[in-house]
Design a binder for this molecule. Sequence first.
Ligand SMILES: *[C@@H]1O[C@H](CO)[C@@H](O)[C@H](O)[C@H]1NC(C)=O
Ligand SMILES: *[C@@H]1O[C@H](CO)[C@@H](O)[C@H](O)[C@H]1NC(C)=O
Ligand SMILES: *[C@@H]1O[C@H](CO)[C@@H](O)[C@H](O)[C@H]1NC(C)=O
Ligand SMILES: *[C@@H]1O[C@H](CO)[C@@H](O)[C@H](O)[C@H]1NC(C)=O
Ligand SMILES: *[C@@H]1O[C@H](CO)[C@@H](O)[C@H](O)[C@H]1NC(C)=O
Ligand SMILES: *[C@@H]1O[C@H](CO)[C@@H](O)[C@H](O)[C@H]1NC(C)=O
Ligand SMILES: *[C@@H]1O[C@H](CO)[C@@H](O)[C@H](O)[C@H]1NC(C)=O
Ligand SMILES: *[C@@H]1O[C@H](CO)[C@@H](O)[C@H](O)[C@H]1NC(C)=O
Ligand SMILES: *[C@@H]1O[C@H](CO)[C@@H](O)[C@H](O)[C@H]1NC(C)=O
Ligand SMILES: *[C@@H]1O[C@H](CO)[C@@H](O)[C@H](O)[C@H]1NC(C)=O
Ligand SMILES: *[C@@H]1O[C@H](CO)[C@@H](O)[C@H](O)[C@H]1NC(C)=O
Ligand SMILES: *[C@@H]1O[C@H](CO)[C@@H](O)[C@H](O)[C@H]1NC(C)=O
Ligand SMILES: [Cu+2]
Length: 528
Amino acid sequence: MQLLASLVLLALLKARPASAAVKEYTLDVVNAPIAPDGFNRSAFGILANGTFPGPLLIANKGDTVKVTFNNKLTDQSMRMSTSIDFDGVLSNTASVYDEGSPFVTQCPFGPNTSYTYSNGEQSGSAWYHSQLGLQYADGLRGVFIIYDPDDPLKHLYDVDDESTIWSVADWWHSTSTVSLIAYNLTQMIPIQDSGLFNGVGRYVGGPAIPYAVHTVTKGTRYRFRLINISVRWQVFVSIDNHTMTVIEVDGTPTQPLETNILSIMPGARYSLVVTANQAVDNYWINAIPADPSDPSKAHQNPVFDATLSRGILRYAGAPDAEPSAPMTQGPEGADANLLQEHELRPLIPIPPPEPDYILNFTTSMPVNETVWLLNGTQYRSPKVPTLIKISNGASSAADFNKSENTFIFLRNKTVEINFSPDPANELHAFHLHGNRFWVIKSNESDIVNTVNPPIRDVAAKGNGGTILRFRTDKPGPWFFHCHIFWHFWAGLGAVMVSDPEGIRQQVKPGETWDGLCPAYDALPAIEQ
Ligand SMILES: *[C@@H]1O[C@H](CO)[C@@H](O)[C@H](O)[C@H]1NC(C)=O
Ligand SMILES: *[C@@H]1O[C@H](CO)[C@@H](O)[C@H](O)[C@H]1NC(C)=O
Ligand SMILES: *[C@@H]1O[C@H](CO)[C@@H](O)[C@H](O)[C@H]1NC(C)=O
Ligand SMILES: *[C@@H]1O[C@H](CO)[C@@H](O)[C@H](O)[C@H]1NC(C)=O
Ligand SMILES: *[C@@H]1O[C@H](CO)[C@@H](O)[C@H](O)[C@H]1NC(C)=O
Ligand SMILES: *[C@@H]1O[C@H](CO)[C@@H](O)[C@H](O)[C@H]1NC(C)=O
Ligand SMILES: *[C@@H]1O[C@H](CO)[C@@H](O)[C@H](O)[C@H]1NC(C)=O
Ligand SMILES: *[C@@H]1O[C@H](CO)[C@@H](O)[C@H](O)[C@H]1NC(C)=O
Ligand SMILES: *[C@@H]1O[C@H](CO)[C@@H](O)[C@H](O)[C@H]1NC(C)=O
Ligand SMILES: *[C@@H]1O[C@H](CO)[C@@H](O)[C@H](O)[C@H]1NC(C)=O
Ligand SMILES: *[C@@H]1O[C@H](CO)[C@@H](O)[C@H](O)[C@H]1NC(C)=O
Ligand SMILES: *[C@@H]1O[C@H](CO)[C@@H](O)[C@H](O)[C@H]1NC(C)=O
Ligand SMILES: [Cu+2]
């Protein structure tokens, strides 16, 4: 038989609601044909159960969710090992090793092996994706929703189910391996070939693949869960003739805030209440990928046309046809009521404590576009994961190589990450694993809010300056990186270690996890 190392560990959950259940999922990671925009890649994708996006995973708040991934990859032209991150899932300390960060919390697992991730203790809109190299560009990404049966905002909407999930994504016709070689040669991140809305899209010169349709009933209020599973760029989302009311950002319920267009960064999530209150008709959902710092970049790829990235909102009774309105990029100029991050208010405000640590950070690109530095250091994965080093006694930054860009904090403190205004207008999307942070200053605004700032886990860092704070009350090594994975690959990352002593006392992974690194290290390079 194959080497099937399967681990099932019950997370030591805190007080859970009576309804708490254990939900188990199995996903086969396979090489399978995929053509979300009608283009048949010569190499197959790397897909969960052969689909893109991968199967939807759902659970209720308080459930323990165990997801077993069987690595059945065979194509040697792409990464054959994998490691899965659940963005937006707040791993508890007991299971921090199931958090999926390669070489931080675990070693990846190779072909013909399995690994079970066990998580609990959270709610909201989340997603899963390969965290290894650029593997998720090849398709290994999907949506994970944790419903809250007692949602305090339930009265605002009528429908919130599997049909109201909107994913936006970018897609490349080449494999991530080929794209990386091109990136290296040209020093430019390859522009995607299409933008996908709920897994379908079009490219210039390609077939007229039918757009994803969402059918609504007039008079009904829908909670759409918008999830950006892209690898680069923001997506500007709007619905012709409709407003959208934001009620959740990255898993945090918010006070309702109305908008008619919003920009979503890679990795970010929003819940939007939309009332079907217009004439029975077909309306465009515009999901326009754009690089605001340099719109001309889109023209580097002649098959990419941002306006082809869209879906259809169809009222019951409207013809089975595309909207007659022109394809636009959504409201512009005075008509645009663009969502401002700093105006978001958590439903339950939590004032951030004054910081115990202040990290003044810079982002820079000193050599060429394949090298990005976070505060002067290019993050490179070590051979031995951070968590193992800590278990073996590492307690200060000096115990790590400089290229691990690792910062250590004592328990129960507040850390502030301060990106000063920076004239290089390059957009980054900083994401902290396993935690949520306060955005006390958004890039777009000069307001510093220490009373009721937005709480989320992905924030834009542009030229305006961004200030984040987080607590160190969850012992663990947490990746902090740009979610534009090309930048991350080029080094734009760090590891924030909360409470190394607590990690040693509380984190007890067990045999299967212990076996991951020896197994990975023994793999031939082609299978790593
Ligand atoms: C994925 O495929 C496997 C094998 O066919 C199946 O057992 C499993 O239920 C599927 N998982 C999901 C979430 O659909
Ligand atoms: C892609 O492959 C499918 C099935 O083999 C075929 O029907 C389709 O025409 C191909 N599409 C293109 C654009 O070549
Ligand atoms: C995985 O197992 C299958 C069937 O046992 C075998 O044919 C294949 O060579 C194995 N793949 C790798 C990469 O070891
Ligand atoms: C990028 O190019 C450099 C120099 O030619 C080479 O050393 C490096 O291995 C290349 N990296 C990739 C991912 O191709
Ligand atoms: C970019 O810089 C890196 C680091 O010095 C180097 O390895 C790589 O070859 C450079 N790429 C190009 C295209 O010059
Ligand atoms: C998703 O994020 C990527 C990366 O920032 C961005 O390019 C894209 O526009 C976003 N998509 C949506 C629909 O917001
Ligand atoms: C949508 O709004 C546009 C611009 O205000 C208007 O011209 C159009 O008639 C509206 N469409 C419908 C179906 O109401
Ligand atoms: C960032 O780098 C600067 C310059 O090397 C250094 O002085 C500073 O201490 C670093 N910041 C942190 C938080 O380590
Ligand atoms: C961080 O930057 C602020 C100004 O933005 C400065 O007042 C402070 O001294 C800096 N702290 C460190 C440790 O460099
Ligand atoms: C740093 O890296 C070197 C070589 O890459 C390795 O030999 C050494 O053990 C590493 N040190 C630590 C503290 O991880
Ligand atoms: C953490 O800090 C808060 C306030 O600073 C304090 O009230 C609490 O007792 C501390 N908890 C632990 C476990 O140290
Ligand atoms: C960041 O904020 C600055 C200043 O307000 C603004 O000019 C820039 O467009 C913003 N960048 C992004 C990517 O939002
Ligand atoms: Cu970035």
